[in-house]
Design a protein around this ligand. Structure first.
Ligand SMILES: [Zn+2]
Length: 69
């Protein structure tokens, strides 16, 4: 999942496994966002649960041919 830091404009990718875990954590805590630290400026970036869910759809087996690199 592509993340764009709104503070320093740094962009980076989150692995699918990470996003799956982040979605699970957010759901468990009833959060609408997942907060993560920008690797460059160290500020807290909020990624909405909705965005993350779009990246890791529930109950859909991984079979779409999607190359990310
Ligand atoms: Zn940043």
């Amino acid at each position: 999942m592509h993340i764009h830091c709104s503070f320093c404009r740094h962009s980076f990718n989150l692995g699918r496994d990470y996003v799956v875990q982040a979605v699970a954590d957010a759901e468990e805590n009833n959060h609408k966002y997942h907060g993560l630290e920008c690797p460059k400026c160290r500020k807290l970036i909020k990624v909405s649960l909705k965005e993350m869910r779009r990246y890791v759809p529930k109950n859909v087996p991984e079979q779409e041919p999607e190359s990310e690199e």
